[in-house]
Design a protein around this ligand. Structure first.
Ligand SMILES: Nc1ncnc2c1ncn2[C@@H]1O[C@H](COP(=O)(O)OP(=O)(O)O)[C@@H](O)[C@H]1O
Ligand SMILES: [Mg+2]
Length: 323
């Protein structure tokens, strides 16, 4: 039996359907990443599976319990690290975790013991007696993780666990998450960082506009893209549109995104054809990129994961080439 099953989960806020019949399964010791941009429906999906929101239709099962019919049972077997952090700033880290353990019904001595153990796991023993208001962003995130662990749950939900953290801090959180997976827990994490999904996940679900668009191991998803991606950037949208038409007529597999064009390099002939078509045109840049999950996302949705500025995007592509 898979520890987590989402079965055609849907959620409407008024008339707006934020999640549209999402189904997936997560095995024991598996890390499933829901990867998608802001507004894709990741948090809504996590909230339904962790009983914080009632589905409009469909159901989810955690360790065999229905989130709709047996929410109390579900809550006993899950830990949740929410996107919006919940620790009380005015209390110490230790007291926050202790209170959480008391909520699970442990006696005060057992709760204290469990709180200390959880803080040790996340490396906050030294800062346990400090007020949370003095914690850094990374420490707060680790505190939330400790709070989600006090009852030693077999299933853990992490909603954007490294959102806004610097690279170094993100790595320490990644190490923790890997440990939980090694212990045999099932983890579901949401992210809009493709590196995060790519490094941590045993399987990735790509979600966009409330729909699960594709699913597989990072390798499986990338192998669906045939060949490297060739990015061509021109100076205007008009020029780009004209070039996309010429490329399509020439039989190339091509996608346009404002003044930027993406061509699949399925064969060596593609490069020759592109160079021929660019002859005499004003070209701003050309880059060749090995496919990663960002490219998979673009292929599936025609859009980027992050609404980042064009220059930041170019820089990223450029950096990856240089490395
Ligand atoms: N309480 C709410 N009321 C109305 N719309 C909401 C509410 N919460 C989320 N939404 C909308 O539902 C969609 C999905 O949101 P969310 O699940 O938070 O996405 P994500 O976590 O992937 O960014 C978004 O368009 C968001 O604006
Ligand atoms: Mg969210």
């Amino acid at each position: 039996m898979d520890p987590v099953r989402a079965e055609r989960l849907s959620k409407k806020y008024g008339n707006f359907e934020a999640v549209k019949g999402v189904s997936f399964r997560v095995g024991k010791g598996e890390l499933y990443a829901l990867l998608g941009p802001n507004g894709a429906g990741k948090t809504t999906t996590i909230k339904m599976l962790s009983t914080l929101l009632k589905p409009t239709s469909g159901d989810g099962y955690v360790m065999g319990y229905s989130v709709v019919r047996e929410p109390k049972e579900v809550r006993k077997v899950i830990g949740v690290v929410p996107q919006d952090l919940t620790a009380d700033d005015e209390l110490t880290g230790l007291y926050n975790v202790y209170l959480q353990a008391r909520l699970y019904g442990y006696s005060s001595s057992e709760a204290m013991e469990r709180a200390k153990r959880a803080l040790e796991i996340v490396g906050l023993t030294e800062s346990a007696e400090r007020r949370v208001s003095t914690y850094s962003g990374g420490m707060r995130r680790r505190l939330e993780i400790a709070m989600s662990l006090v009852h030693d749950p077999p299933v853990l939900f992490l909603d954007e666990p490294t959102l806004g953290l610097d690279v170094q801090t993100r790595r320490t959180i990644w190490d923790l998450i890997r440990e939980f997976q090694k212990e045999g827990r099932s983890l579901i994490l949401t992210t809009h960082y493709m590196e995060e999904a790519e490094t941590l996940a045993s399987r990735v679900g790509i979600i966009d506009l409330g729909v699960l668009k594709a699913e597989g191991t990072p390798e499986e998803l990338k192998s669906k893209l045939r060949g490297d991606r060739l990015y061509v950037e021109l100076y205007s949208d008009e020029d780009a549109n004209a070039l996309v038409r010429e490329m399509t007529i020439a039989g190339l597999e091509v996608k346009g995104d404002s003044s930027q064009i993406v061509v699949s390099m399925q064969s060596e002939e593609v490069l020759r054809k592109v160079i021929g078509l660019l002859n005499g045109k004003r070209v701003r840049s050309i880059n060749i990129v090995k496919p990663n999950l960002e490219e998979v996302f673009i292929e599936i949705t025609g859009r980027r994961l992050r609404e980042e500025s064009f220059d930041a995007f170019r820089q990223r592509v450029f950096m990856r080439k240089v490395r």
